[in-house]
Design a protein around this ligand. Sequence first.
Ligand code: 5GP
Length: 190
Amino acid sequence: MQLMEEMILTHGKVLPGNILKVGSFLNQQIDTRLLRKCGEEILRLFSGCGITKVLTIEASGIALATATGLELDVPVIFAKKHITSNVDGDVYSTTVHSFTHNTDYSVVVSRDYLLPTDKVLLVDDFLANGAALRGLVALCAQANAQVVGAAIAIEKCFQGGGDALRASGLRVESLAEIESMEAGNIIFRS
Ligand code: 5GP
């Protein structure tokens, strides 16, 4: 998606440790025009797939997931990173390793929201090693819900998570695919 690539080139900052900072348009301040266009593009990619729910992980996936849910006209679920008073004990749960914080955390979704009849589109802001997406796939498996595919704003292809998931049979669509990045030189997959 050309607009996403332009925003990355213009506003993205490559930090040490293979982190791309996109706080000025996606992760803290949100460019609403870009977000709307992302939702439209994901609708184009997945229309006709019979999706009934969009599933993401709090917090940074929620904006893109909501833009996607609005376009697909389906509910959006976000997996919570900790069991809070808002989530009772009747949950699906799995452990995810955080690439950005280098820690493990559990993600939970109430059994009331993810159903065996659901056809689920997974959405996240970044795809790096693939741990977050694998966690969402695991939650869907626990619910016996069907995973239709995954839509990602920015995939860092050089970390391999996306291609490993594709090789396992998951349809993964990324709006920008970064082949390599260093400060001042970001190359997209062609
Ligand atoms: P993965 O689980 O695929 O290794 O990493 C994906 C998750 O880590 C995403 O949910 C995202 O929040 C975070 N993440 C991974 N790489 C980056 C990055 O370069 N920049 C930012 N802002 N977040 C990232």
